[in-house]
Design a binder for this molecule. Sequence first.
Ligand code: RP5
Length: 274
Amino acid sequence: MVEKILPNSSKLVENNPDHIVAITQKFWSYPDRFHVDPDLNWSHIDEHLYVPPYYVSEKVLENKTWADPEDFTKIKGRKFQSYESPILLNKDGKPLNPRGPTGIEGRGILGRWGANFAADPIVTRINDEGFLEMISIKRSDCGQWALPGGMVDKGERVTKTLQRELGEEASAYLNFEKASLIYQGYVDDPRNTDNAWMETDAYHLHLTKNEANSINLQANDDAADAKWMTCSKQEIDNLYASHSDLVKGAISIFEKHNNLIVLENGKVIIKSAA
Ligand code: RP5
């Protein structure tokens, strides 16, 4: 069943991602970030004192397929769409990161000005020992374990993106039409900049034993590894970007719907009636 969550639901989800990764971490090719405090917002900024480096990767500048032109005024009919709307613009008309300054101007390695839309599948099972596990991939760009998500192609339905990305990265082929929507909004991603950032649709699909047994996980595409990861606090807390918040959101809904409790080590127990 697809849960009904209002647009802009990032503000309604308990585990709303914050803005720590995007100001303290960076993609390997980025210059050092200008130091900013996490609670700084655009109205606090004095443009004489805030002087972040401007960075856009060559890959983005050269690409004509998935990247916007560097001169953002040439984007035909472009409205800066976002789950976090309305989006603030700077004095030149460039979109501003909804969570505040990140210490880098420009688009970095992200192709779109403003929100870059991804989709994240959270696929779980309960293993033979009674522990909740989820499909996780090791990202080849940073070596961190992450959800097997990816960018939504132009005109692609999100359920199709979820299916395609899971297949491409982990060789698991599933239908997401009956998955539950967990989150729509900003992702606290190390690639985010002042003018370009990640947003996602995260969906949860829980598999029966038979469904899970039919999957033979294998890393592909830009994944260095793929595995069933135990949903223990320790493993989840170390996931890429704000993926731990997405997984925690999925687990909490799963617990409520099934009258279960997932312990810190990932073990699933039935909630007592009392
Ligand atoms: C994250 O980046 C999203 O949550 C998604 O998992 C991922 C998409 O980017 P690529 O994996 O395609 O680089 O922000």
